[in-house]
Design a protein around this ligand. Sequence first.
Ligand code: NAD
Ligand code: 4TP
Length: 348
Amino acid sequence: MKKEEKIKIGISVGDLNGIGTEVILKTFKDPRMLELCTPIIFGSTKILSFQKKHFNIQTNFHGIPSADKAQHGKINVVNIWRESINIEYGKSSPEAGKFAVESFVQATNALKEGMIDILVTAPINKHNVQSEDFKFPGHTDYLGQTLEGDSLMLMVNDSLRVGLLTDHVAVKDVSAAITPELIKKKVAVIYHTLQQDFGISKPKIAVLGINPHVGDNGVIGVEDDEVLKPTLEKIKNSGKLVFGPYAADSFFASSNYKNFDAILAAYHDQGLIPFKTLSFGQGVNFTAGLNKIRTSPDHGTAYEIAGKNEADPNSFKEAVFTGIQIFKNRNMYNEIAKNPLKKQPGKI
Ligand SMILES: NC(=O)c1ccc[n+]([C@@H]2O[C@H](COP(=O)([O-])OP(=O)(O)OC[C@H]3O[C@@H](n4cnc5c(N)ncnc54)[C@H](O)[C@@H]3O)[C@@H](O)[C@H]2O)c1
Ligand SMILES: N[C@H](C(=O)O)[C@H](O)COP(=O)(O)O
């Protein structure tokens, strides 16, 4: 690949008191990463130099005023702050929240404007990012409002993909949030992303039940019988290979999950507990369904190990690799869709 064709990866630094910058630096200290992509970090060279010294990581940064000035073969840092920032590893602070949001918002703007190809986000703390200007429980929610399309939280690794019907929704609100419209929308998004972003032409999707034992015919809740099953019946009749609802408790234990290209769970912990248990450190959080690509590692700020040089960068690295793969798959899919093979006259 020629230098100028390299994929531009925008990176938001997340909570500076967490493990975000550590996993970013550990990922890009490997010079081979620069052969694969051009990183553009939204933060400041001052902060990154402090972190680099702290973790004794040998890398050089290229400070730039905006993402369009990025150079290939370098770790580019868009200097969005000039002021000194106090790093207090392991501590949640309003300042850390404010800087995390600034980095994320500026990186998202660059994504929207096409200055970067993919956004990879380092973890934020959902509590300290809240403000008058930012009232979102996570990256997915902000991107869903800011970019085009219907967002779907999809956790992926090499052999498992778990999407969510409801994501950052309190348990008490889950049942009311699961409507026929939501189910149809999320199934449509997961189906399309499997085709467009993962190259699976006829995806097989399993859907998990909402209540224990899929409600046991109404003994333990009516939502499966009244909402989920009839909606899935309609979707199945439209020709999509959608199966279920399956009882969630034994679904992963029985290895049934290996028979599907993706699994749609009803709510956050129903899907993320098995996913993280099976693949923590290898998994990637992909925001599917939008016109732009965003990935992130499968972990949070991990305050208890922040600053101790103990953070494993593997999931962040996977987030970069997965983003690149999706970018390439999507481009190829769109290219093929633009120029479909013409039907030959006289041929079936
Ligand atoms: N993408 C994101 O922004 C994101 C994702 C998940 C959680 N969070 C936020 O992070 C904060 C902490 O969440 P949590 O404690 O539930 O999850 P966490 O992922 O931060 O930590 C869970 C456990 O895994 C360990 N761990 C996490 N990442 C690790 C790594 N790279 N290497 C080694 N060990 C690692 C931690 O030390 C901890 O024991 C919360 O505010 C949460 O909302 C953010
Ligand atoms: N559900 C994510 C996880 O547990 O990994 C986490 O909350 C991050 O969500 P956002 O990507 O929306 O910030």
